[in-house]
Design a protein around this ligand. Structure first.
Ligand code: GLU
Length: 418
């Protein structure tokens, strides 16, 4: 029987396995298994027709051991507390693996933003911000975009927080519009990081980038940007999907054309321009591409599907796209899985640059952002790669071990209060 999916249990299982390989004592990492704080809020919103609707929201702070909590806010009808806890914990490990001075947090509101007008969405975001206000702040917990949240929404959060404080606080949130303290390069940073890591893994596996086939699940902030950049680097993007379905052409898709359509608000099911066939989400995940980049939601590559996945390399653009059981199946057949906490860390790395610019009141240019991002991504890749070889384990374990080691070390140095 297929076990019911609980992302937080997946996280705990992975941490236990990493702790075992590291030879840790239980008390070294016991605290890391529990989020420090979980806040549940009710968000009443006056709808455009005058009625009141109440939405449920959360902010979870998993760890502040290595610095302020950091992590996005998602608006999604299927969000729940176990998902937010897992996403917060993954942020702790992501920030530790790329060695930026943050812990991990995450927030969510259970809502389908497509069903709200922009004005309703703005009122909901502002009220949610007011409800989580005691937890957030540039030294405490810094939100950012995630699924269904964008730069404009981050601007509303920044403004709401600033109104309560009585002065402008740009560093309370990252991923803001550039005009109010956002960083150049932030909106494409996660996809850029995925591109850098994909090129690096191909290089390590001795496979050329040029003409190697790739399938990408998700055409948004992560998948869409990765598709454009990998196409530019010469990879053959043979399949791409969004929430409505996917398109496939074994000879390679015309990514600039397709992405212009998607970025203009189109759904792939309505795309008609050119030579391709329509495919389902499962067909995308199991198609004959050498590299597969799941860049949508968690729990996409699960036990039911793992045996049918043909890709030799999986680069996790999404958070938690592969379940523990599916990971075992992929590893057993020799597939190389580049884990989310490394592969999609480009977003939070440039969030860190944004926050650094905000608290110093200065601005970096594109070149500095992209150069420093590349340096951090490749350095982190090398550390994970070396750890994987040293301990003869998987890349995921290598990444978790690098991160856990840093976390346990920081906890030991600080000690347990009181
Ligand atoms: N939501 C993104 C992630 O999952 C970015 C988080 C951030 O920039 O703080 O990594």
């Amino acid at each position: 029987m297929v076990k019911e999916y609980n992302p937080y249990d997946n996280f705990l299982e992975t941490v236990e396995a990493a702790a075992k390989i590291l030879g840790l004592e239980k008390s070294d990492y016991e605290a890391i298994k529990y989020p420090e704080r979980e806040l549940k809020v009710a968000i009443p919103v006056e709808m455009d027709n005058g009625t009141v609707k109440v939405f449920e929201g959360y902010r979870v702070q998993h760890s502040s051991t290595r610095g302020p909590c950091k992590g996005g806010i998602r608006f999604h009808p299927d969000a729940d507390i176990d998902e937010v806890k897992a996403l917060a914990a993954w942020m702790t490990f992501k920030c530790a693996v790329v060695n930026i001075p943050y812990g991990g947090g995450k927030g969510a509101v259970i809502v389908d933003p497509k069903e709200l007008s922009r004005a309703e969405l703005k009122r909901m975001t502002r009220r949610y911000t007011a409800m989580i206000l005691p937890l957030i702040g540039p030294e405490r917990d810094i939100p950012a975009p995630d699924i269904n949240t964008d730069a404009e929404i981050m601007g509303w959060i920044m403004d709401t927080y600033s109104m309560f404080k009585g002065y402008t606080v740009p560093g309370v949130v990252t991923g803001k519009p550039v005009g109010i303290g956002g960083s150049v390069g932030r909106s494409e940073a996660t996809g850029r990081g995925v591109m850098l890591i994909t090129k690096e893994i191909l290089h390590r596996m001795g496979t050329p980038v040029h003409n190697t086939t790739v399938a990408i699940q998700g055409a948004g902030k992560v998948g869409g940007v990765a598709a454009r950049l990998l196409h530019k680097e010469g990879m053959k993007v043979i399949a791409l999907s969004d929430v409505s379905g996917g398109v496939l052409n074994k000879k390679g898709l015309d990514i600039p054309k397709i992405m212009d359509f998607v970025d203009g608000g189109g759904l792939l099911k309505d795309y008609e321009n050119g030579d391709f066939e329509y495919i389902t989400n499962d067909e995308l995940l199991t198609c004959d591409a050498y590299v597969l980049i799941p860049a949508a939601m968690e729990n996409q590559i699960n036990e039911a599907l793992a045996n049918d996945i043909k890709a030799s390399i999986i680069v996790e653009g999404a958070n938690g796209p592969t379940t523990v059981e599916a990971d075992r199946i992929l590893n057993a057949r020799g597939a190389m899985v580049v884990p989310d906490i490394l592969a999609n860390a480009g977003g939070v790395v440039v969030s860190y640059f944004e926050w650094v610019q905000n608290i110093q009141s200065l601005t970096w240019d594109f070149d500095e952002v992209n150069r420093t991002l590349e340096k951090i991504m490749i350095r982190s890749f090398n550390e994970v790669w070396e750890k994987m070889h040293e301990l003869k384990t998987t890349m995921r374990m290598g990444a978790y071990i690098v991160a856990l080691d840093r976390l346990v070390d920081a906890k030991k140095i600080r000690g347990i209060f009181p």
